[in-house]
Design a protein around this ligand. Structure first.
Ligand code: TEU
Ligand code: CA
Length: 569
């Protein structure tokens, strides 16, 4: 057998630049701000930094709408700032992975401007232009080429008056979808990717990469989607999620961009809706597509008809989901492990308790996640136990998904304003986008100016400065979890056995590698719980490797939000 790839024992830290650290007082986080906080990341011990988009962008979707892939947005700094940051990251023994957003560009990208200019433009076919439905007048209600809804409310098609045709945008109308069927599009993207790798970046996190192949018919048309109960639009996902040519495109990208590079760049495929079976194909090393997937099943378990229709999590559902992914990728393939990112609410507020038991529940959740097989991701502030924003008014929100959803729901009389605000407090992406809380000073030390989005008032209590010197802090607990993955091969490579699968309170599993056996137990409630293990006697005198209470306690009782890792002796 060959040695396991380096990323099997690595931990990734996601930086969302707008909200990380502001160096020049304009209220927006930037590259120099990131550079000024590398001590924090080095001390935490992470191996890889994934940088959310810093490219030139009108910022309609906070940088996920790119108008120039080979320039840095002035609000974040310059290419020189970027090179300096990259050099410093490397000097500290870490890697830097870029966000690759190539399902769509900004509508202000020169490619789209040219494409839009006329039906005869040489770049017309670089995007998805289609006439109105047969026998319907362009602009009439329902005349869109398909009935698909956009992720950010409204239809997925916009009529362009200039040529009387519609263009496809799965996200905002300022994010037109690129047409990957066109080989020139693919070649342009591959060349841009090589440019960044030649500059020294260590890989890419690929935004909605499983959406790039659309289910286009021979006559050029795209199919309608099913309209689910209560939905305003058809569900297009079966027609663009893991579409017919997706594996072909990723294999081609691999050959054209990554093959033969000595540095072996990291490739992470963000793939909403991907199944275990598909993920095995995407990440089987023999197929040379991507190193790991970033999937969404576990963060959809508390969603109802849509993500803002919030249901309480059943722990047995979470275990069933994680258990299926652990089993399905046991032989070949690799998964990412995450609770949080810039699109998800804060995990301590979501599955934990962000009040009285904040530190215990944050460290319990971290333990359970990091002890699975896969590559763990830490989203900025998660290592401090940062909480949801708890905004009171719609005026506090900035995120396009949130604002569009609110406006559409109000317009259709779908819910009262209070109910909507309540679901935004639980699910809005802005919960993850409030500034990182560095200290207890003004604006949490994030900026000397006016932050672009409000700082959480709990920064007086929850902040990095307070935790750096406190060995009992959430920060130091994360540091120890990372260290454990680096030093204990069973954490990275051991096999996985779920225990107590039917229990609604306790999450328990075993990891085994050669002679090593680790038991992981997490209590997802604020009450004491019995831990009922098969062959419990083998754990009676086990060694406590890590726990979030000051003393070891007893193996068969889990205290409120307790987490423990034992090694069998
Ligand atoms: O998100 C992909 C995605 O499908 C969702 O997570 C989505 O953002 C949203 O939460 C649906 O409810 C990626 C990026 O992570 C996200 O920030 C971008 O807005 C999106 O793609 C478009 O680029
Ligand atoms: Ca700034």
């Amino acid at each position: 057998t060959t040695a396991a790839p380096w990323w099997t024992s690595a931990v990734v830290y996601q930086v969302y630049p707008r909200s990380f650290a502001d160096s020049n007082g304009d209220g927006i986080g930037d590259l120099r701000g990131i550079a000024s906080k590398l001590d924090h990341l080095e001390r935490l011990g992470v191996d890889v930094i994934w940088l959310s988009p810093v490219y030139a962008s009108p910022q309609d979707d906070a940088g996920y709408d790119i108008s120039d892939y080979q320039a840095i947005d002035p609000s974040f700094g310059t290419l020189e700032d970027f090179d300096a940051l990259l050099a410093d990251v490397h000097a500290r023994g870490m890697k830097l992975v870029m966000d690759l957003v190539v399902n769509h560009t900004s509508d202000e990208h020169p490619w789209f401007i040219e494409s839009r200019s006329s039906v005869d433009s040489p770049k017309r076919d670089w995007y998805w232009w289609r006439p109105a439905r047969p026998h319907m007048e362009a602009g009439a209600p329902g005349a869109e080429p398909t009935n698909w809804g956009s992720f950010f409310s409204g239809p997925a098609w916009d009529l362009d008056e200039l040529t009387g045709e519609y263009y496809l945008h799965l996200f905002s109308r300022k994010q037109p979808d690129l047409n990957w069927e066109n080989p020139q599009v693919r070649a342009a993207i591959y060349s841009m990717m090589r440019w960044w790798l030649d500059r020294g970046v260590d890989g890419f996190r690929m935004d909605v990469i499983n959406f790039i192949s659309k289910d286009v018919r021979a006559d050029g048309s795209l199919p309608d989607g099913i309209v689910h109960d209560g939905a305003l639009y058809g569900d297009g996902q079966p027609h663009y999620g893991c579409g017919p040519r997706i594996h072909e495109y990723l294999q081609e990208m691999n050959r054209e961009v990554f093959a033969g590079r000595e540095s072996a760049p990291l490739t992470v495929g963000e793939m909403p809706g991907v199944t275990v079976e598909e993920a095995v194909l995407f990440t089987d090393p023999a197929r040379a597509e991507v190193d790991m997937v970033f999937q969404f099943e576990h963060v959809g378990l508390d969603h109802g008809a849509n993500k803002f229709d919030v249901h309480p999590l059943r722990l047995t559902d979470l275990k069933a989901s994680f258990g299926r992914w652990q089993a399905g990728l046991a032989e070949s393939g690799w998964n990412s492990l995450y609770w949080d990112n810039h699109d998800q609410p804060r995990i301590v507020s979501r599955f934990g308790d962000d009040g009285e038991h904040r530190e215990l529940s944050a460290t319990m959740l971290a333990t359970v996640l990091h002890l699975h097989r896969g590559t763990p991701y830490i989203y900025q502030g998660e290592e401090l136990g940062m909480t949801n924003a708890h905004f009171e008014s719609i005026d506090s929100y900035r995120d396009i998904e949130t604002l569009n959803y609110f406006a559409e729901a109000i317009a259709h009389g779908h819910a009262t304003q209070d109910d909507l605000l309540e679901s935004l407090r639980v699910m809005s992406r802005d919960n993850a986008r409030t500034p990182v809380q560095w200290d207890d000073g003004p604006h949490a030390g994030f900026t000397t100016g006016q932050p672009w989005i409000a700082v959480n008032p709990n920064s007086s209590e929850i902040n990095a400065a307070a935790q750096h010197d406190d060995p009992g802090s959430v920060f130091h607990f994360y540091r120890r979890l990372i260290e454990l993955r680096h030093t204990e091969p069973a954490v990275a490579l051991g096999d996985f056995t779920m225990l107590m699968a039917d229990d609604e309170a306790v999450y328990a599993f075993v990891r085994r590698l050669a002679g090593t056996e680790l038991l992981v137990v997490g209590n997802f409630t604020d009450r004491e719980q019995l831990v009922v293990l098969p062959a419990a006697e083998i754990w009676a005198d086990a060694e406590l490797v890590l726990g979030n209470y000051p003393d070891a306690g007893s193996v068969d009782i889990a205290r409120p939000w307790e987490a423990r890792v034992f090694r069998r002796l």
